[in-house]
Design a protein around this ligand. Structure first.
Ligand SMILES: Nc1nc2c(ncn2[C@@H]2O[C@H](COP(=O)(O)OP(=O)(O)O)[C@@H](O)[C@H]2O)c(=O)[nH]1
Ligand SMILES: [Mg+2]
Length: 390
């Protein structure tokens, strides 16, 4: 197994890339996506794997020096073999036709293998694609790696569109194809990655937004999880429990106890399964309906909290639940106040809320961080791994 080192991605693909698989990172022009290959190379090297890196437009020294300015720097030791622009020039000087170049490349990597059997090959493939044709260039490496049992990682700058990528991968046996592009929904300043194809696990095709942190590392995001439900269910408590910093709009109501008048905001971020998550909590009173609808807009997922001791509270929440259902976003149910007497049974809860068996429902105390985080975890799994939506 070789990890990409991007936890959210590794988790999605079942832990990492199994040995001998062939991976394609396809980058849209101008997108900050080089970190995927960098991070994987860094992980492979740290795990003691013998790596061959093929960098067409730069020297080995310049490549490593660039890498060292990111969190993914590696040492140029005897487990790190780099064929750089010099190799390209040598081969170009000696071979005239694409066929000769193909053969020269094969001889060259065979020679590397004779000296150091390789665990993984990292190929920046565009120059080779231009030299000998995309299909030939890719099949040279997919077949070579298959023969030698090495894991292959290819970075491809896709100057065309996703259809071009489909055509490319239709004729080449990649086990994992990830496309990396700009923008996510109406958020233009974030990037996204998308697992378009994976052979060793089943995963829906879904855009996952990410940002590049200040230190240059990749940070997958869930930009908006809305915590909603009827008043007094424990929404504010839930957000307070899971968030390190927390902003609330609770004000003392006529009853003398605090109630949320606008929204609760989990900030800076809650981390779960390698994602940075922004939580937004809604008020629960009926007259805040328009605000609730507004806050639900563009939600990636919803946590619906009810008080497990109160049928009345449950019934009051049904209108909000209906709105959530109609939005078609993934949602989970947290039945709160688990430690209080008079808990409703799962059957009653599912009947009243008209839930299918596949909607995750867990009994929690919003005062308990581990239990509250478990709810977020279940939602992340639903968002990233499940094709099902109610
Ligand atoms: N016993 C118990 N009380 C809770 C729990 N979660 C919230 N509460 C209490 O329920 C009340 C309403 O909680 P709040 O978070 O303000 O509910 P919201 O209206 O949904 O935001 C407060 O008095 C909380 O202290 C819980 O897990 N157990
Ligand atoms: Mg509240």
């Amino acid at each position: 197994m070789i990890y990409t080192g991007i936890t959210a991605l590794d988790e999605m693909i079942g832990g990492g890339v199994p040995a001998g698989k062939r991976v394609l990172f396809s980058l849209a022009p101008g997108v900050d996506g080089q970190q995927f290959m960098f991070s994987t190379l860094n992980c492979a090297h740290r795990m003691g794997k013998r790596c061959l890196v093929i960098v067409p437009y730069t020297s080995a020294e310049a490549f490593l020096s660039d890498l060292s300015t990111t969190p993914y720097g590696v040492e140029h030791d005897n487990r790190m073999i780099i064929l750089d622009t010099n190799t390209f020039e040598e081969i170009e000087a000696r071979s005239r036709t694409p066929e000769e170049k193909f053969a020269a490349w094969e001889t060259r990597i065979d020679a590397v293998y004779e000296r150091t059997s390789l665990d993984a090959v990292f190929l920046y493939c565009n120059r080779l694609c231009d030299d000998i044709g995309t299909e030939k260039a890719l099949s040279l490496f997919t077949e070579w790696c298959m023969r030698r049992g090495a894991t292959l990682f290819v970075e491809y700058l896709n100057l065309y569109d996703e259809k071009h990528l489909d055509a490319l991968t239709a004729s080449n046996p990649f086990d994992l194809v990830i496309s990396i592009g700009e923008g996510y929904g109406n958020l233009l300043f974030v990037n996204h990655f998308k697992v378009r194809h994976v052979t060793w696990t089943s995963l829906p095709v879904r855009e996952i937004p990410y940002v590049i942190r200040e230190d240059g590392s990749v940070s997958p995001q869930i930009p908006k999880i809305v915590v909603t439900g009827p008043v007094d269910a424990g929404k504010t408590t839930f957000i307070q429990t899971v968030s390190e910093n927390w902003v609330s709009s609770d004000r003392i109501g006529i009853s003398g106890s605090p109630t949320t008048v606008a929204m609760d905001f989990g900030h800076p971020l809650v981390s779960c399964r390698g994602f940075e998550i922004t939580l937004v909590g809604t008020p629960g009173q009926e007259h805040f309906g328009p605000i609730i609808n507004h806050l639900l807009t563009n939600a990636t997922g919803v946590i619906f909290i009810v008080d497990g001791t109160s049928v009345e509270s449950l019934c009051r929440g049904m209108e909000i639940l209906e709105t959530v259902r109609q939005m078609g976003v993934p949602f989970v149910i947290a039945v709160n106040k688990r430690e209080m007497p008079g808990q409703l049974s799962d059957a009653t809860l599912r009947t009243i809320m008209r839930l299918s068996e596949r909607t995750p429902l867990s009994h929690i105390s919003a005062l308990n961080r581990e239990e509250a985080m478990g709810v977020i975890d279940a939602l992340i799994v639903l968002i990233t791994r499940e094709t099902f939506m109610e």
